[in-house]
Design a protein around this ligand. Sequence first.
Ligand SMILES: C[S@@+](CC[C@H](N)C(=O)[O-])C[C@H]1O[C@@H](n2cnc3c(N)ncnc32)[C@H](O)[C@@H]1O
Length: 283
Amino acid sequence: MVDDSQPETTAIPFDVPTSARAYGWMLGGKDNYDVDRSFLLTTLPDFPECVDIARQNRQFLFRAVRYLTQEAGIRQILDMGCGLPTDNNVHQVARRFAPDTRVVYVDIDPIVLAHGRALLSDDASTTVITADMRDQQSVLEHPEVRRLIDFGEPVGVLFLSVVHHLTDADDPRRILRTVIDGAAPGSHLGLSQVVSNDPARGAEMTAHISQSGIPWQTRTPAELDGLLDGLEPVKPGLVNLADWRPDPDQPPLAPVHPDLAPYIGATRNSKGIYEYGGILRKP
Ligand SMILES: C[S@@+](CC[C@H](N)C(=O)[O-])C[C@H]1O[C@@H](n2cnc3c(N)ncnc32)[C@H](O)[C@@H]1O
């Protein structure tokens, strides 16, 4: 079910790249434009790890949602910065392991709502809303969030591959902690972001991507860790996502576009930039 009070196509921009469309292309998606593809094709020579880490993140999403529903008993999920629908979306993974799970998808990019409508038209326990996660209050007050999420019960809050879209000026700690700090014990926070152990390389990446108009801040792992005190990391803790409970038998992603194929495997040669994250439990 989608929120019909929201306009169908609120100003989908065609002249600047967007994170949802560029990321979707790296996952094998088709809902992207020249501007998104050119952005990636000019970024990848300098940062060839991006295709691998996008795909590693999406594979982590499957394992994270499986963990939340199958092992942690979570039955309601708030997915901040959910991205364009693809295979094995959060509600589909959740339902595979716990059919009664409710999911609210949140994204700032109106193309996500437009595509979510098609996917969710008959589904009363999953919804997609257009909102800016930097304004947590308006997310929490949204009628669809209030309809589907009961904050008296444990909730799973996801910020997967979105924390790098929050700059320090946005106060990422406030954004990441608003829901989990007020949520019931046993709630879980799943998050990930692009990091570099080398601050100079991270700063180069931040400058390059920010210039495109996509808000971006590459951090060090320690900077992300510093936002998460008081929460209990689920084993193996916060790590390179490729090392978070790897499962060679999980469903594969769609094949990558031929233009991006040369970059597959780049993280085997370079560990300089990677996606870092995990799941934490609220005691
Ligand atoms: C790299 S994609 C990740 C998608 C998905 N979470 C996943 O892990 O597969 C980042 C998404 O965050 C969304 N996003 C970026 N800034 C946002 C904001 N301030 N509020 C809501 N969504 C945002 C983008 O539109 C994009 O769809």
